[in-house]
Design a protein around this ligand. Structure first.
Ligand code: GLU
Length: 418
């Protein structure tokens, strides 16, 4: 059986630790999260009965600053998954060098089967249950799978009610009129585009000769698709849980977005246009394209399908979409993988801008935000790229190397308490 995401992340950590000769006393600390909280979240459902959902908040590291990371609502959430994602957040914040540690939260529930009122009650109760460990200086949640700016608004309000004043810095990814930041909603997709364009530059490739397939048409995938098209790339396929769309001549993203505005749960299902054929998620991953962007969930590219992947480059919009075995197969095939902790870091980078703006009560314009984002991402990408050239390592390995160097330097300077 293939390893779960936590085992995969530990494997990568152990391999890279060996390569960089990481101090074993630091390595042993990083293999575990600092703190794991499991909570029971009772919710009165609309029909009057009570359901108890399981929620988690895991803080992997607070070495470099407050713990940081999203909250997801999904029926398959497990503690091991949240532990892995928390560790990836520590490394993500370190690779782009923003002053945060890593955390992640999740509630095991299917929000698509719940009413809006039920989701609000779930969110507020979960917030209170994790309130002892979150806060603007301790641990700052943000949106993730199936959560949004609206969810962050409910969390912010719940915390504010308890504190007796508006608490802006407790979450990021808030609605714009509640201390949110311009550009935050688009930031992860924009970061995926920036890192892809940077890769194409390094390889002397022209965006207008580049075809792209994107798995996942949520906040990351749909925005990346639009920004890719804006750069002149040809987006030939997109998909979501209801299936995918394929047009070798390039999809008409405008009409797809019009469709999603009014479709159930904003799904692609039901979209029709001449020249555009339906394809499955599995088929999308195997398309003969230049760039494949898995922007849905983890464990999508596995040892089963990796041998058949035809894309030249994979840019990980999702966290953990490639299993360890698949990673090895892709490397042998010469496919370049821009890893999650680098490729999808745009979201947390603009979360950082939002937090800074909230603390200073001074808000920046969109141009400033996008240009700071680009600067940070290009710098991180270039550092990773030159390490891959020097050391002949994969981009995942090089990203982990840079991140671990920063985290271990922080630990050396702080020492081990007491
Ligand atoms: N959930 C996003 C991620 O996985 C954003 C986290 C954040 O902004 O704190 O990177």
């Amino acid at each position: 059986m293939e390893k779960n995401l936590f085992e995969i992340s530990l494997c990568t950590l152990d391999n890279v630790a060996e390569k960089v000769k990481l101090d074993p006393n630091i390595h042993v600390i990083l293999r575990q999260p600092e703190r794991e909280l499991t909570v029971a979240v009772p919710v009165r459902m609309d029909d009057g009965h009570v359901e108890v959902f399981t929620g988690y908040r895991v803080q992997h590291s607070s070495l470099r600053g407050p713990c940081k990371g999203g909250i997801r609502y999904h029926q398959d959430v497990t503690l091991d998954e949240i532990k892995a994602l928390a560790m990836l957040m520590t490394l993500k914040c370190a690779v782009v060098d923003i002053p945060y540690g890593g955390a992640k939260g999740g509630v095991r529930c299917d929000p698509l089967k719940m009413s809006r009122e039920e989701v609000i009650r779930l969110t507020r109760r979960y917030t209170v249950m994790i309130m002892p460990i979150i806060g603007g200086r301790r641990d700052i949640p943000a949106p993730d799978v199936n959560t949004s700016a609206e969810t962050m608004g409910w969390i912010m309000d719940t915390v504010s009610m308890f504190q007796g004043h508006a608490v802006l810095d407790v979450v990021t990814g808030k609605p714009l009129d509640l201390g949110g930041s311009l550009g935050r909603n688009e930031a992860t997709g924009r970061g995926v585009m920036i890192s892809t364009i940077q890769l194409l530059k390094k390889l002397n490739r022209n965006p207008s000769d580049t075809t792209v397939a994107i798995q996942g048409y949520g906040n990351v995938g749909s925005i990346a698709a639009y920004l890719f098209a804006d750069q002149g790339c040809k987006v030939v396929a997109v998909s979501d849980v209801t299936g995918g769309l394929y047009n070798p001549e390039g999809l008409d993203l405008e009409s797809i977005n019009e469709h999603c505005k009014i479709s159930e749960h904003h799904f692609l299902k039901g979209y029709k246009k001449k020249g555009t054929e339906p394809i499955s998620n599995e088929e999308l991953l195997l398309l003969d394209v230049d760039v494949l962007v898995p922007a849905a969930l983890e464990n999508q590219i596995t040892k089963e399908n990796a041998p058949a992947v035809k894309a030249k480059y994979i840019v990980e919009g999702a966290n953990g979409p490639t299993t360890a075995e698949a990673d090895k197969i892709l490397e042998e095939k010469g496919i370049i993988v821009v890893p999650d902790i680098l490729a999808n870091s745009g979201g947390v980078v603009v979360s950082y801008f939002e937090w800074v703006q909230g603390i200073q009560s001074f808000f920046w314009d969109l141009e400033q935000i996008n240009s700071h984002l680009e600067k940070i991402m290009v710098k991180a990408f270039d550092a990773v790229w030159s390490l891959t050239q020097d050391k002949k390592e994969s981009m995942r390995c090089a990203s982990f190397m840079i991140a671990l160097k920063r985290v271990s330097a922080a630990m050396r300077h702080r020492g081990i308490f007491p």
